[in-house]
Design a protein around this ligand. Structure first.
Ligand code: ZN
Length: 241
């Protein structure tokens, strides 16, 4: 292998190893973001449950108010009937009003029974809301330590990542322009190694056989050849010496 090509290959492999470190930092960073998202999802679910309980309670309270309004109006009407009873002329009219009063009393008793039922339901809903709010608060509390740990981890990885990026960028400037462009193009398409050694007669990445004449050229260090199948830049391990 020519000394110049050997030097370029060494720089390329150096850049690649630094890019893999950068990639590894990115993967870990993504994992912390996923972890955070999972905590957020859990907390949102708990808060949504509390919101649903809140809405149900409001519906219940509204229903109780409706029944109260109804009962009030029935009572008012009933008062008027009683007044009419007092001024009723004759037994027949008095009897008719009495019948009305009795019937209305039954209706009123039914509504009052309904009120008791609805009130009990409201109390249940209040307890349900309290429980849901307590659960959400407890979950938030239990997540605090985990969130702090994730934040710290994230900050550490960010720092690591910035250092890895600077190191990588410094190495990248050392590489010949067209070769670097080739490398970058491959890297943008693949997240794994893009400079790969021959494995026997085949590409070390996809294991597709590399034709003999090209293998010979690669081994001789005459060209930076690409694998015809997967496109990686091929080199021969033995040429590194
Ligand atoms: Zn290949």
């Amino acid at each position: 292998m020519t000394r110049l090509m050997l030097a370029e290959l060494a720089k390329l492999l150096d850049l690649q190893s630094k890019d893999l470190i950068l990639l590894e930092a990115d993967v870990r960073l993504k994992a912390t973001l996923d972890e955070k998202a999972r905590l957020d999802t859990d907390l949102e679910a708990a808060r949504r449950e509390a919101q649903v309980a809140q809405n149900r309670l409001e519906d219940g309270v509204k229903k109780r108010e409706d029944v109260e309004v109804k009962i009030d109006s029935y009572r008012t009407i009933q008062e008027k009937r009683r007044s009419r009873l007092e001024v009723a002329r004759g037994a027949r009219e008095a009897q008719a009003v009495m019948t009305e009063v009795d019937m209305a009393r039954q209706v009123l008793a039914k509504e009052e029974g309904e009120w008791v039922k609805v009130s009990e339901a409201v109390h249940d809903l209040e307890r349900g809301l309290k429980a849901a709010e307590d659960r959400a608060a407890a979950l938030q509390e239990s997540q605090t330590a985990e969130r702090e740990r994730i934040e710290a981890e994230q900050a550490a990885i960010e720092t690591e990542r910035q250092a890895a990026k600077a190191t990588r960028d410094a190495s990248a400037t050392q590489i010949e322009k067209t070769l670097k462009a080739r490398y970058d193009r491959l890297r943008s398409a693949r997240s794994v190694a893009v400079v790969v050694s021959l494995r026997g007669d085949a590409c070390g990445a996809c294991f597709t056989a590399v034709p003999r004449n090209r293998r010979t050229q690669i081994r001789a260090g005459l060209v930076f050849d690409n694998c015809e199948a997967c496109g990686v830049i091929l080199y021969a391990e033995e040429s590194l010496g």
